[in-house]
Design a protein around this ligand. Structure first.
Ligand code: ADP
Length: 446
């Protein structure tokens, strides 16, 4: 087992990983920017190293500074959390060159899945159902027009290196294609330093259903069922739940077996999530995230399985501690991503938390880096807490979520708590009959 793990992240996920390390009896090293010197992950770690100024480019994305922090502290492994360097295969290669273990998949798989064009092509070759679209990059309008007319409008133009819900443009009619392609490519170049774009059929009312997997270095791999992440704003997830009301046992078995078999063929190891859109009973591969995801706790709750501890053990060459027949899910779990944002406009609301009280009691888990007196800085993502509730079924889980949201006190800044209080009382949420466009439509009418 590792002696010391450096956590190359901040916020709630750094705290989440720290907790797993501590429970495994492993020493921890936090890294932080000067804006984060009072952060919870710094306070909780055994050691901490400042890696640069507030700007992420100069701190949490600064590979040489993170490698020096490993060397100075003597860390033998790095957990990247999500975001920042978690899907940067160059980082993995540099760590390996320094004899430091990366807690995550192989760099070749990170590279393959990080390029959405290549990822789709690989998924297709592995036999996964993909969203109909261009066979690869669209390099000019003529090609775009041909593909789009075969698919039929609407279509969506996506950046091959896009992420975080950015780099996508919907096109509803032929006249708009030329301009949209140029815009998509220019924006992709600016935001992701990669101008390549591709075209997909735009599915009009799908659900976002994703499959959590974890595998070891001996080609044993299991799934932890699906998560329904269809409650989205601007293609970004706000509420996630498992199981999904629209996936029955047969459908779950089918898509999970297909996913696992494909990943076995690839030789995939460590944690990952395969994301699908689901419409009219069919799954369509969208992308794969080769890392831990924000919403991993809901799967942990219903499977009673710690994904982060397992990631660490797998990286230390342990065999998977379970198998598919042993893994059994129970009950229902829902997560709300609580952001430091105005609940109506979603405009970030940085500032000092003057009073903080997290809900607790049966079936309530809060993954957060907050405390009274903490300053939420404007430099980073506005996610400040994840409220995760668990109960024996969906109806009681929603009741529990309501009571937990009512207990949550975060003063001094605006948060999205009132937004969730409103949404979970809507009939469509109660029925589970919401798709990826539900929230945008709701916002238009309310
Ligand atoms: P990112 O990596 O930025 O998260 P994804 O490819 O995972 O991008 O897509 C994010 C979201 O965008 C999806 O959950 C879905 O809401 C929407 N989306 C992506 N592709 C399509 C499509 N072909 N049709 C309809 N919606 C899509």
């Amino acid at each position: 087992m590792f002696n010391k793990i450096l956590i190359a992240n901040r916020g709630e996920i750094a705290v989440r990983v720290l907790r797993a390390c501590k429970e495994l009896g492993i020493q921890t090293v936090a890294v932080y920017s000067s804006a984060d010197k009072n952060a919870m992950h710094v306070k909780l770690a055994d050691e901490s190293v400042c890696i640069g100024p507030a700007s992420s480019l100069k701190s949490y994305l600064n590979i040489p500074a993170i490698i020096s922090a490993c060397e100075v502290s003597g860390a033998d492994a790095v957990h990247p959390g999500y975001g920042f360097l978690s899907e940067n295969f160059g980082f993995v290669e540099k760590l390996e060159a320094h004899g430091i273990k990366f807690i995550g998949p192989k760099s070749e798989h990170i590279k393959m899945m990080g390029d959405k064009i290549l990822a789709k092509e690989s998924a297709n070759n592995l036999g996964l159902p993909i969203i109909p679209g261009s066979p690869g990059e669209i390099s000019n309008t003529k090609e775009g027009l041909e593909v789009a007319s075969t698919l039929g409008y609407p279509i969506i133009i996506k950046a091959s290196s896009g992420g975080g819900g950015r780099g996508m443009i919907k096109v509803f009619k032929e006249e708009d294609l030329d301009e949209s392609l140029k815009k998509a490519s220019t924006e992709a170049e600016k935001s992701f330093n990669d101008k390549r774009v591709y075209i997909e059929k735009y599915l009009q009312n799908p659900k976002h259903i994703e499959i959590q997997v974890i595998g070891d270095e001996y080609n044993n791999i299991v799934h932890l069922g699906e998560r329904d992440c269809s409650m989205q704003r601007r293609n970004q997830k706000l509420i996630e739940e498992t199981p999904s009301v629209i996936i029955d046992d047969k459908k779950r078995d089918e898509i999970c077996s297909l996913t696992i078999n494909s990943l076995k063929t690839m030789g995939y190891c460590n944690a990952g999530t395969v994301e699908y859109l689901y419409e009219n009973g069919n799954f369509y591969f969208m992308e794969m995230n080769t890392r831990l995801q924000v919403e991993h706790p809901v799967s942990e709750e219903i499977y009673n399985f710690d994904l982060v501890k397992e990631q660490i053990k797998i990286a230390a060459k342990y065999k998977l501690s379970t198998d598919q027949d042993t893994l059994k899910s129970n009950g229902h779990s829902i997560e709300c991503r609580i952001n430091a944002e105005d609940p109506d406009s979603f405009i970030p609301s940085p500032g000092i938390i003057t009073n903080y009280h997290a809900p607790s009691g049966p079936g309530v888990r809060v993954d957060s880096n907050c405390y009274s007196g903490l300053e939420i800085s404007p430099y980073y993502d506005s996610l400040i807490a994840k409220l995760i509730v668990y109960d024996k079924d969906r109806v009681s889980c929603i009741q529990r979520l309501k009571r937990a949201l009512d207990e949550f006190v975060i003063d001094g800044i605006k948060t999205t708590i009132p937004f969730f209080q409103q949404i979970i009382n809507q009939k469509d949420f109660e029925d589970g009959s919401y798709d990826i466009n539900w929230l945008e439509n709701y916002k238009k009418n309310n």
